[in-house]
Design a protein around this ligand. Structure first.
Ligand SMILES: CC(C)(COP(=O)(O)OP(=O)(O)OC[C@H]1O[C@@H](n2cnc3c(N)ncnc32)[C@H](O)[C@@H]1OP(=O)(O)O)[C@@H](O)C(=O)NCCC(=O)NCCS
Length: 151
């Protein structure tokens, strides 16, 4: 059983970028390549957190930001480590990091992705839009969500 004390969150580095790409490949139908995550390491407008369980990367959260607007691009946890609070710990770390830097957070999520929609709603995100033909593989509408980052 995973203990909370065994979990820690850190910024992605050269050492964890390939694990992040492997987690994305295990969790998404159209994952970014390892090269794309490698470029995020030097992108001043991006931030990627990694969740490690006893030094093993088990989840990550990637975002972009412009001025005071933050956009979550990807949040994923390996199937064997889900429902243990890993994604919640990643979101918590992001919101703490972004306090005083960004004032609003946006994201898109597949309409059928109830685990993610439930998670985001529990963190105070609200639906603010709908895009009928947004995703491919498989085609699916997107729910657009927004959350204030103001204290
Ligand atoms: C969505 C995802 C990131 C959640 O990760 P996780 O580490 O399991 O999430 P947490 O354990 O922090 O869950 C926190 C809360 O979210 C909700 N939640 C998470 N998974 C859920 C599920 N399968 N069904 C219903 N609610 C769920 C619950 O409210 C949960 O709290 P609880 O366990 O006390 O009931 C994970 O399922 C995943 O990687 N999915 C595939 C990739 C993906 O869809 N990413 C999101 C779009 S970018």
């Amino acid at each position: 059983m995973m203990q909370k004390a065994d979990l820690h969150i850190e910024l992605m580095t050269e050492h964890t970028v390939s694990a992040v790409a492997a987690i994305a490949a295990a969790c998404f139908s159209t994952p970014w390549s390892e090269g794309a995550y490698q470029r995020e390491l030097t992108n001043p407008q991006a931030i990627t957190f990694v969740a490690l369980q006893k030094d093993t990367p088990v989840g990550f959260l990637n975002c972009g930001f412009l001025l005071d607007e933050l956009t979550i691009n990807a949040l994923a946890v390996l199937p064997d480590y889900r429902r243990l609070g890993v994604a919640s710990a990643l979101l918590q770390a992001l919101f703490e990091w972004m306090q005083g830097i960004c004032s609003v957070c946006y994201l898109e999520v597949r309409e059928s992705n109830l685990p993610a929609r439930t998670l985001y709603e529990s963190f105070g995100f609200q639906q603010n839009g709908y895009r009928a033909r947004y995703y491919e593989d498989p085609p699916e509408p997107a729910i657009l969500m927004i959350r204030s980052l103001e204290p």
